[in-house]
Design a protein around this ligand. Structure first.
Ligand code: ADP
Ligand code: ZN
Ligand code: ZN
Length: 822
């Protein structure tokens, strides 16, 4: 059955595969036919339209179909691999000879380890294969020892996949009926009313447990409850006592994905608003398309604060009412617990969440709920585009311009574009939403391929913030010094804090200093593995909420760390200096400037997981933080009504990056971060510090003129033959050996020349902008074509040729519609 999983033999292992076609065509002579060993599903686990989608992705992105299918099946957790060992001929020989000669002195192993090896060989001598676990307990051999024996060809290892149930049970603590349901009983020292009236007084710890449960509606995972209690210093035995007294019950339930401690953060949920006129109109267009049925793509261009989310929710509600399901894709950082809480508030048990931090078991469970049609509203990040929706009627891609939709490993698909294709295969409506749509999507709307829907005003007639540019060249001339923060920004920040309003400052690089340089020889300290400057991170104060490593230099590409050298590694001069301020330095400087401010920092160092982010946002919402500094994370979608001033510090360094999308990215970032100001009752203001005040990306962002920016940028792209006026692929040739990488780049370069391509333009070979990354040397070509077909054909021909030249597939990265050319 097409779309079902099977186990097949493959060079001594059993591997999982997916049935792509059932046929009785004879294969080419040089293929051996092998039987399928086990069929794992009796129905298609991948429905027909997902199989079609997989084929489309494999062809469009020139990626192996197997890798595409692997990415679509989140069910790895259901198939567990077991290792079996069998004795091999060489092993038998060793066993018999060794028995005669005693242990070998040439072996690197200890006598004890050699004895274990003999024990293993003895155990297996009868010829039966044995499970690794059995061997280990019978002989005391560990995995390393067994693997060593496999390498010596004494043993043969076989991997066998076995299906298991992904469902797990978990314990849930449930407040007994009546207990703690009255607020005055919990948290006070009064005895609880009810529960048979025989209730003894509860001590403080017991009350704390009851209060915790009552606060979340009376049900909580025991594991979560234990964490909360430990944090509050309540001993673990307290829960047991309450269970004995019948005040708390323990139930078992199938594990589901829960969100611990989601609070509503005191704001109105998006689905509770009555839609304004513009929102009604947008919804009307989308709903009409859904009523009509069939594939219909829309681009929802709505400025920041125009209430796009409200429209998404209303459209999803329409889909549900029509008996359809709806999928909402959000950027990596967009799926905050606050967003999830809104989803649950609006759609309750219909919701399934899919994101990168789920465990394999959690992911599998969500997947099954969706496949069974139990969850008809799905929210997730990139790979959720493969959710096995039943009766899919609507796909929404929020912040469609966001680069986290592009997968940066094979298959290098773009979640947004796959979403559009998926909608086409499902005959569904798709909505791409953004305040700063990508040029690709805008061009598609211009061509009439996408219907354009607009929200041109903020809700409640709130104005967009006034944007003022601070020319940092003039600032330097006037002050004679290089400061992170301009006088203007300091003054405005002080005024805003004095009015008890909040400030967000964007400082788009993390760490303390972004470059460490030697004054004597000019050398920058680079990573050992990458051609990248290392970032200096200062030691963090003890009371920091998150344990962070101490003072160090760190590579932000591969994570390599080293101690901060006292002298230049090249010339041993002591005159090292630290350049380029990161968010950590920004925070330190702000503490000096505004000692009374309550400062928070949001970057990859302070936000490791979704809960860190949520905690910071909650403190910002609650006013506990009134000055937030951070990297571009702070620009993404947050809706904090108290923020009236946004400052942008050094966002324009990106204009200098060797990437044709540099201006677009700067424009997007400035627009998005500006959009954080003035979302409440008070109007907002934005100060942008820049060294390029005349650059069009900055000028148009300052006047909130997206159409103006796009018109200008489109001219440049047309002139330079870049997307959306051409299709583009980046081809990277990589090897740990520099000679190999250069030789292969030359080989392919000559081939492209000989081929005299007239429909495809080839730029390169050239050293990639990051020529060495994680110890790998990188050269690249950029291929541009007017037609996608010509590009695909050239890439396929190149891969075929590379194979004849002994260039392995893993040494070539083919990135169709590349988002980053680095
Ligand atoms: P966007 O995503 O377009 O930037 P949001 O969807 O986050 O905007 O909405 C911005 C703010 O406006 C939110 O606080 C939201 O609750 C509020 N809002 C949305 N629609 C309405 C409405 N019709 N009336 C009043 N407030 C609204
Ligand atoms: Zn030096
Ligand atoms: Zn590195």
């Amino acid at each position: 059955m097409v779309g079902a999983r099977v186990l097949v033999p493959f060079s001594g292992q059993k591997l999982m595969g997916v049935v792509v076609r059932v046929h009785d065509d004879a294969p080419a002579d040089d293929f051996e036919i092998k039987p399928v060993q086990q069929v794992l599903d009796d129905t298609a686990i991948l429905p027909a339209e997902l199989m079609k989608l997989a084929e489309w992705i494999a062809s469009y992105y020139v990626a192996p179909l197997g890798e595409v299918l692997r990415g679509m099946l989140p069910l790895a957790a259901e198939v567990k691999r077991h290792f079996f060992y069998r004795i091999a001929e060489a092993g038998r020989k060793v066993l018999y000879e060794g028995a005669a000669k005693g242990s070998s002195r040439r072996s690197k192993l200890t006598a004890e380890e050699q004895n274990r090896e003999y024990a293993v060989l003895n155990y297996l001598e009868g010829g039966e294969q044995a499970k690794m676990s059995a061997l280990r307990s019978a002989t005391g051999a560990n995995k390393g020892l067994l693997e060593g024996m496999v390498r010596k060809k004494w043993l043969v290892r076989e991997a066998v996949a076995e299906e298991r149930d992904a469902r797990r049970l978990e314990k849930i603590a449930v407040l007994a009926h009546g207990a703690g349901s009255r607020e005055e009983g919990v948290g006070s020292r009064e005895p609880l009313p009810g529960v048979g009236g025989r209730l003894p007084r509860l001590n403080e710890n017991q009350l704390a447990v009851m209060a915790e449960l009552a606060a979340v509606g009376g049900r909580m995972r025991v594991s979560d409850l234990r964490i909360a209690l430990t944090r509050a210093g309540v001993p673990g035995s307290t829960l047991g006592t309450l269970v004995k007294r019948g005040l708390v019950g323990i139930e078992e339930a199938a594990e589901e994905f829960h969100l611990g401690g989601v609070s509503a953060l005191g704001k109105k949920h998006a689905h509770e608003h009555a839609l304004n006129e513009a929102q009604m109109e947008a919804l009307g267009t989308i709903a009409a398309a859904m009523d009509k049925g069939g594939f219909r793509p829309h681009l929802l261009y709505g400025i920041t604060g125009s209430g796009k989310t409200t429209v998404y929710f209303a459209a999803m509600r329409r889909a549900l009412d029509a008996g359809k399901s709806a999928l909402l894709l959000v950027p990596e950082i967009g799926l905050t617990p606050a967003m999830a809480a809104q989803m649950y508030a609006a759609f309750a048990g219909e919701v399934a969440l899919l994101h990168s931090q789920l465990t394999p078991d959690e992911r599998a469970e969500q997947w099954h709920r969706i496949r069974r049609g139990e969850a008809r509203i799905v929210v997730g990040t990139r790979s959720a585009v493969f959710a096995p929706m039943v009766d899919l009627g609507l796909i929404i891609v929020d912040e469609e311009h966001d680069s986290s939709y592009k997968q940066e490993e094979t298959p290098r698909y773009h979640g947004r574009d796959v979403a559009v294709m998926r909608a086409k295969l499902n005959e569904a409506v798709v909505v791409l939403g953004s305040a700063t749509p990508s040029l690709e999507s805008w061009a598609n709307a211009d061509k009439g391929r996408y219907a354009r829907v607009e929200l041109r005003e903020r809700v409640m007639e709130r104005p967009l913030p006034a944007v003022e540019l601070v020319d940092m060249r003039a600032e330097f001339r006037e002050t004679g010094q290089e400061h992170i923060f301009s006088r203007k920004l300091i003054e405005e920040t002080q005024l805003t804090l004095d009015r008890s309003e909040q400030v967000i400052l964007l400082l788009n690089r993390r760490g303390y200093s972004t470059v460490v340089m030697c004054r004597s020889c000019g050398e920058k300290i680079e990573c050992e593995n990458c051609a990248i400057s290392m970032t200096y991170h200062k030691k963090v104060s003890e009371n920091d909420a998150i344990a962070q490593p101490g003072q160090r230099l760190e590579c932000h590409y591969c994570g390599f760390r080293r101690a901060v050298p006292k002298v230049c590694p090249k010339c041993e001069s002591e005159h090292l200096y630290f350049l380029g301020a990161g968010s950590q330095q920004g925070e330190e400087r702000l503490q000096e400037l505004f000692p009374a401010a309550r400062i928070g920092r949001m970057d990859r160092d302070t936000v490791r997981g979704r809960s860190d982010m949520e905690r910071l946002l909650a403190r910002l919402h609650g006013g506990e933080i009134n000055l937030l500094v951070g990297t571009q994370m702070i620009a993404k979608g947050h809706d904090i009504h108290g923020v009236t001033l946004v400052g942008v510090v050094g966002a324009d360094f990106q204009l200098g990056l060797p990437d044709f999308r540099a201006a677009e990215r700067v424009f997007q970032l400035l627009t998005q971060v500006s959009g954080r100001a003035g979302r409440g009752d008070l109007p907002g203001k934005v100060l942008v510090q820049t060294y390029h005040p005349d650059h069009y990306a900055i000028q148009f962002a300052a006047t909130h003129d997206y159409p103006g920016f796009v018109a200008k940028e489109m001219n440049y792209r047309r002139w330079m033959h870049y997307p959306p006026f051409a299709v583009l692929a980046n081809v990277v040739i990589q090897s740990e050996k520099l000679e190999e990488a250069t030789a292969w780049a030359g080989t392919l370069g000559r081939r492209f020349q000989q081929a005299r391509l007239d429909k495809v333009r080839v730029l390169g070979p050239a050293a990639a902008p990051i020529v060495r990354l994680k110890r790998i040397y990188r050269f690249h070509f950029v291929l541009k074509a007017e037609r996608r077909q010509a590009l695909g054909a050239t890439l396929r021909a190149m891969l075929a040729y590379a194979e004849t030249q002994g260039i392995a597939r893993r040494n070539l990265v083919v990135d169709v519609d590349a988002v980053h050319l680095m």
